[in-house]
Design a protein around this ligand. Structure first.
Ligand SMILES: Nc1ncnc2c1ncn2[C@@H]1O[C@H](COP(=O)(O)OP(=O)(O)OP(=O)(O)O)[C@@H](O)[C@H]1O
Ligand SMILES: [Mg+2]
Length: 405
C-alpha cells in the first residue's frame, strides 16, 4: 500500500495562511465591518452582498445591552450576541451550537420547555435565573418570540434576555426603605397617641369635671347660663371621647395590654357602630400571644380592609376570622359587596396613588406572611393573610364568635 507523500512545508504554510484569512473574514462579517464577500470558485467568482437593512439590525443586536439569541425549538443555540456571552461569562464561540439548558437549573429548564411550546404560537415572558460560568446566578427576564414559521411549526425562536440584577437590587432597597418608613410611622404614631392620651385627654377630663361643677353650682334661676354650662359639659365630653378614639386608632393601648383579639373586637364594634354594617367576628383563643409586630400588622391590615369596605364595597355584611393552624395563623376579612377586579384597578379621580392594598401586602410580608386578594364582581371581596409561625399545638381550637348588629 502506498502512503501519500508528505505535503511540502511551503504548501502547509500557505494553507495556514488561508485558514487565518478565512477566520479573520468571518470575524469581520460578524463585527459588521464587511458589506460584501467574494467567493472564488473553480471557474468563476461570486459576490454576496450583505443587505443594508440586515446589517443595521445586526449592528443593533450586537450593540444592545440585552442578550439576544436565536434557537431551534429544542433549545439549541443558533446565534447569541456578545451581551449574552458577557452575562453567562462564556466565550461567544463556545455558545453557538450548544444547548440553552446548560445555563438553567433543572426546574427552570422544565418551566422553559413548557414556555417554548407556548412561544411557538405567541410570545411570552418569564423571570428566572441564568447560571454563569463562575457559578453565580443572574436574575433575568427572558422574552421569547417565534421568528419564522414553516406551516404551523416555527423554524427559529428569538430570545431577548434582560439582566435584572439592578432592578432586583433597587426593589430590595425600596422594600427596606418602605419597611423603615412604616417603622418610623408606627413609632411616631405611638408617640402622638401617648401624648394625646397622657396630656390632652387628662386635661380635657379636668376641664370636664370643672364644667360639671360649674353646671351644678348654677341654679334653675340662672336660666340661659345653666343651659350653656350643661351644653359646654356635653361638648367637652364628646371632645374627650373623640380624642380618645383618635389616640386609639393611632396606637391602641389595648393591643399591648389585652392583645389582638381584644383590639379586633373593639375595632369591628366601632366600625359597625359608625357605618351600620354588621360584622361577624370569629376568633380562636390563641395558644399564645403572637409576636408584637405580627399583632400590629394584622390590626393595621384590618383597619385598611375595613376602610375599603366603608369606601368602596357597599357591603351588607362583613366577616372577620382569625384561626390557628398547624403552621401558623390565618386572618380573613370578607365582605359581600360589589367586588372588583384586583388585576385592573381604574385610575383614581383625585390622581392620588392607591396605597391601601399595597400597604396591606407589605405589612404581611414584613412579618413573614402572605396576603391574597380574591374578589368577584357583585359577590364580594376576601382578603386572606397567612402568617407562618413555629409549629403550634395540635389541639383542635374552639372558635368563639361575636355577632354584632
Ligand atoms: N372591599 C372592596 N370592595 C370593592 N372594591 C374594593 C375593595 N377593596 C378595594 N377595592 C377597590 O380596589 C381599589 C384599591 O384599593 P386601595 O385600598 O389599594 O386604594 P384606595 O382605597 O382607592 O386608596 P387608599 O387606600 O390609598 O386611600 C379601590 O379603589 C377599589 O376600587
Ligand atoms: Mg383603601
Amino acid at each position: 500500500m502506498k502512503t501519500p507523500p508528505p505535503a511540502p512545508s511551503g504548501a502547509l504554510a500557505a494553507l495556514r495562511l488561508r485558514l487565518a484569512d478565512a477566520e479573520e473574514t468571518l470575524r469581520a462579517i460578524r463585527g459588521g465591518e464587511v458589506d460584501s464577500v467574494m467567493v472564488t470558485g473553480k471557474e468563476d467568482s461570486q459576490i454576496f452582498t450583505l443587505d443594508g437593512a440586515e446589517r443595521a439590525y445586526r449592528f443593533l443586536i450586537e450593540a444592545m445591552n440585552e442578550g439576544a439569541l436565536t434557537l431551534t425549538p429544542d433549545k439549541m443555540i443558533l446565534y447569541a450576541n456578545q451581551s449574552f456571552a458577557r452575562m453567562v461569562q462564556w466565550p461567544l464561540e463556545q455558545i453557538a451550537g450548544g444547548s440553552f439548558r446548560r445555563f438553567l437549573s433543572a426546574a427552570d429548564g422544565a418551566t422553559l420547555r413548557a414556555l417554548m411550546k407556548k412561544a411557538a404560537h405567541d410570545g411570552t415572558k418569564i423571570h428566572m435565573f441564568l447560571h454563569a460560568r463562575d457559578g453565580s446566578r443572574l436574575p433575568v427576564q427572558i422574552s421569547i418570540r417565534p421568528l419564522a414559521r414553516e406551516g404551523r411549526h416555527p423554524v427559529t425562536i428569538g430570545m431577548v434576555v434582560t439582566d435584572l440584577t439592578e432592578s432586583v437590587r433597587t426593589e430590595e432597597l425600596l422594600r427596606a426603605l418602605t419597611h423603615r418608613l412604616v417603622q418610623v410611622q408606627e413609632a411616631e404614631r405611638g408617640r402622638v397617641a401617648l401624648e394625646l392620651h397622657d396630656h390632652i385627654t387628662q386635661l380635657l377630663c379636668a376641664v370636664l369635671v370643672r364644667s360639671q361643677t360649674l353646671a351644678d353650682q348654677l341654679t334653675a334661676r340662672d336660666g340661659p347660663a345653666k343651659r350653656e354650662a350643661n351644653k359646654l359639659r356635653e361638648l367637652l365630653g364628646q371632645t374627650a371621647l373623640e380624642v380618645e378614639r383618635i389616640s386609639r386608632n393611632l396606637r391602641p393601648s389595648i393591643l399591648d395590654d389585652l392583645g389582638l383579639v381584644a383590639v379586633l373586637r373593639v375595632t369591628t364594634t366601632e366600625f359597625m357602630e359608625r357605618t351600620g354594617v354588621p360584622v361577624t367576628l370569629a376568633c380562636v383563643p390563641l395558644a399564645a400571644r403572637l409576636p408584637a409586630d405580627t399583632e400590629l400588622a394584622l390590626y393595621r391590615i384590618l383597619q385598611e380592609a375595613l376602610a375599603n369596605v366603608e369606601q368602596h364595597a357597599r357591603a351588607r355584611h362583613v366577616t372577620v376570622t382569625l384561626t390557628q393552624r398547624q403552621d401558623g395563623v390565618q386572618f380573613v376579612i370578607q365582605d359581600d359587596g360589589i367586588g372588583f377586579d384586583p388585576t385592573r384597578l381604574p385610575a383614581r379621580r383625585d390622581a392620588k396613588d392607591r396605597l391601601g392594598l399595597l400597604s396591606m401586602r407589605e405589612r404581611a410580608t414584613y412579618v413573614g406572611g402572605t396576603l391574597t386578594v380574591k374578589s368577584i364582581r357583585r359577590r364580594g371581596t376576601e382578603i386572606a393573610v397567612h402568617i407562618a409561625l413555629p409549629t403550634v399545638g395540635t389541639e383542635k381550637p374552639r372558635i368563639k364568635t361575636d355577632k354584632h348588629g
